[in-house]
Write a protein that binds this ligand. Structure first.
Ligand code: SIN
Length: 291
């Protein structure tokens, strides 16, 4: 395919950077297909450099990949994060350690400072998350991505066979108890709509590749195991998934836009930038039910 943009690898795990493509332009279907197939062969991580997008353009680009949480055809994210949603664009979740002039948070400070896969507690969790770095601290504030496909592939066949029939419960209550301040947590989030059961090994709907699909942020336990057994098995899987060999560390540049695939990656936002401003905006694409 003849492209008018450059693609270079960032890691042998697959992530690539894309330079010279303006995501704010009207993208033709061929370019969108090209992006999708690149994404599916890049460990589910593409970094688009030097983007200058309005919120509308960010949303329009994201919609090429499916309906958005918060969008007219979608469902909102959990109520607890509603205070961090962009006031004019319900599709945009704001991540920021800054406050508005009236003292209200501009976004969720230190969001995602734990390993998780976005919205895994829903029947249809996120496929893509599309995060736009609008204000990046001079040092620190990197995001880590753990490739659950590579982590799965390196397991013994015996363990793969053991994991194949297992299911895990994902529940927003796990993060609500450990990652959010009590006054912020909205009790309506515990009516069952933020709890789902998914296979421990997930087959990617587009590539057919298998990945470990559990995460410390939202997975509460394995079904049909005792609490102790579940904790031990999940502990092993998390240690496997977060081995440095399977991690891509993204050092943000101003105006980077990262599109990652939650179906095979967990991520972790490192909170090591002190009080330096950090502001990012995220859209979140509603994926399919994991199989
Ligand atoms: C998130 O979990 O979506 C936030 C990631 C980041 O701020 O780097």
């Amino acid at each position: 395919m003849r492209r008018n943009f450059h693609v270079t690898p960032l890691s042998t795990l697959g992530p690539r950077e894309v330079i010279g493509l303006d995501l704010g332009a009207n993208l033709d279907p061929e370019t969108v297909n090209d992006i999708r197939s690149l994404w599916n062969t890049s460990g589910g991580i593409l970094v688009f450099r030097d983007q200058h997008l309005t919120a509308e353009q960010h949303i329009a680009f994201s919609r090429h990949f499916g309906p958005l949480f918060g969008g007219p055809e979608g469902v909102p994210l959990q109520d607890t994060v509603s205070r961090y949603i962009h006031p004019d664009h319900p599709e945009i979740y704001r991540v920021s350690n800054q406050v508005e002039a009236d003292g209200t948070p501009k976004g969720r400070a230190r969001a995602g400072t734990y390993w998780h896969s976005d919205v895994s507690f829903r029947e249809q969790p996120a496929s893509a998350s599309i995060l736009y770095g609008k204000q990046i601290p001079p040092v620190g504030g990197d995001t880590l991505f753990a490739n659950g496909h590579a982590a799965y592939e390196d397991l013994s066949q015996t363990l793969k066979d053991t994991l194949a029939p297992l299911h895990a419960v994902h529940d927003f209550a796990v993060a609500a108890a450990t990652q959010y301040a009590r006054p912020v947590v909205i009790e309506g989030d515990f009516d069952g709509s933020n709890r789902a059961v998914h296979p421990v090994v997930r087959t990617h709907a587009e590539t057919g590749e298998k990945s470990l699909f559990v995460n410390p942020g939202f997975t509460s336990h394995l079904q049909n195991f005792s609490a102790g057994e579940s904790e031990a098995i999940l502990g092993f899987l998390y240690a496997q998934m977060t081995k440095p060999d399977y991690i891509y560390r993204h050092n943000w540049r101003q105006n980077d836009l990262i599109m990652w695939d939650n179906r095979l990656n967990m991520h972790y936002a490192i909170a090591d930038y002190g009080d330096e401003p950090r502001y990012l905006e995220r859209t979140t694409v509603i994926g399919e039910r994991p199989l």
